[in-house]
Design a protein around this ligand. Sequence first.
Ligand code: UTP
Length: 287
Amino acid sequence: MKIRKAVFPAAGFGTRFLPATKAIPKEMLPLIDKPLIQYSVEEAKRSGLEEVIIVTGMGKTAIEDHFDISFELEMLLKERNKTDILRMVEELSNFIHFSYTRQKKPLGLGHAIHCAKNLVGMEPFAVFLSDDVIDAKTPVMKQMVNIFRQYPYSILAVQRVPKKDVHHYGIIEAKKIAPRVYKVIDMVEKPHSQDAPSNLAIIGRYILMPEIFTALEEIKPGKGGEIQLTDGLKALLKKQPVYAYEFEGDRYDAGDKLGFLKANVSFALKNSAINKEFRRYLKGLKL
Ligand code: UTP
């Protein structure tokens, strides 16, 4: 079965990044010169996906406008003969097929994914949380799509984190069944380090079976009245296997100030247009 559709939940309030995220979604914060969501949309395309479904909340227009045609801007760039920039802007609006749906209230990640039910239909699909920025030679979703061929059920991207940080993540209890592949036994949302079943943390890339929608309908709201994806996955686990895949790549939590800065520095150091000057600047800092 082919994974064709990618869901991008982007309706959270991004409270860790206020006031920057008061009027624009955190997915629109720029890493060097592209908003976070563009990196993950590019990852979706490079992984062979064909359709992008964005779940928006407030600040909806900023995301829609970003991936839409800007007639005035394209005219201006044409008049000024800025052909390279023009090509880049044109490519963006022709990039991939986009649809949008709205989460009226931020009732949790599980609820946001459920909002895409009608657009996804009854087929397995990918989910991208754009604030998890992953720098990888092979796009992480492509790695996961390859694993899906062999294990055609839900697959969670996981990464080992220091024990002291497990309380920031959903943590899996799992049995290793192949290199980098685990069969999930259970999972727990944000455990205390002494209660964590492992240090394998769930990161923002998923392949989900369509049965997740029924599972999300069956569960009750958890912490803070939110419909948690982890609870939905636990309900799904009772009906069918769920796998986890330890991806290859460097991940940054760009929804957090420090993670966002680290991502900017690493990406700047790899950007051939600015890295020489930036490296010189960093070396000159009296730390
Ligand atoms: P986070 O847990 O990072 O929450 O959401 P948040 O509200 O965006 O940010 P903080 O923690 O308050 O700073 C993870 C992903 O789920 C989406 C977010 O947009 C983000 O991509 N999300 C979360 C929704 O779409 N709707 C929700 O109700 C909650």
